[in-house]
Design a protein around this ligand. Sequence first.
Ligand code: ADP
Length: 267
Amino acid sequence: YEVHLERVVGGPGRENGVLLSFMDVKQHEEAGQMRSDFVANVSHELRTPLTALTGFIETLRGPARDDVEARDRFLGIMEAEGKRMNRLVSDLLSLSRVEDMARIRPTDSVDVLAVLQSVRNALSQTAETKGVTISIESQIEPPVQIAGDLDQLAQVFTNLIENALKYGRLGGGVSVVISRMPMMPAFKGPAICVSVKDDGPGIAEHHLSRLTERFYRVDNHRSRELGGTGLGLAIVKHIINRHRGRLRIESDEGQGSKFSVLLRDDL
Ligand code: ADP
């Protein structure tokens, strides 16, 4: 607490007094700390590719100047690092956009199955390179309509399916299932559930509650190697919160992971 002591002069005919005020500054300090941690994280994430870029430029100017093979390899790495910075900046922009909009509730009517099908189309090439099949099953008679923001829900499903492709098994399967829960206690009403399941190595229990923190990664090296920014699930969480929904993560090590998005079925 911050304590302020102030003398109050009452004026003609009134008594003088003392005003003692207590201000709870803990929340304010915590918010400040989180902000500076975030800035430190972002700077670190941007510095890594920048260091690589400047390092390779120096090498290309100097020792590798006349080595055609090395030049091609280094340019390839530089391109990948540039793309990583691009992804990081666009994820940061997405995150700040959804944070800004947190108070406005999305109300468009969104066809869940159609969104999932277009996300699958957009990711079909990535799936093909990994030899992974993405199946979509609706246990509810289509159309499945919910109140939401089309672009943002597409982003949620893109991030979850991309992760399933990234961390799942090569040549494996990603299964997306739409179902209805007649009563979700937290919503005091029915819910539409979209689950994205992979058959990858899974995630150890103690990581599960932290996965949606910005820049939290189970395996830093692997995430970077696969081109991750560490922001995908933080964005997912924010968008779902905005829809007053829930994200449920279940995983058995060695058996794959399941990310379920629960949305209010109140249209
Ligand atoms: P990233 O860009 O690193 O993938 P995310 O926020 O999307 O960032 O995910 C955070 C971390 O959660 C990942 O680095 C990875 O360790 C873990 N993760 C996410 N999805 C899966 C999955 N389907 N299987 C295993 N691990 C996953």
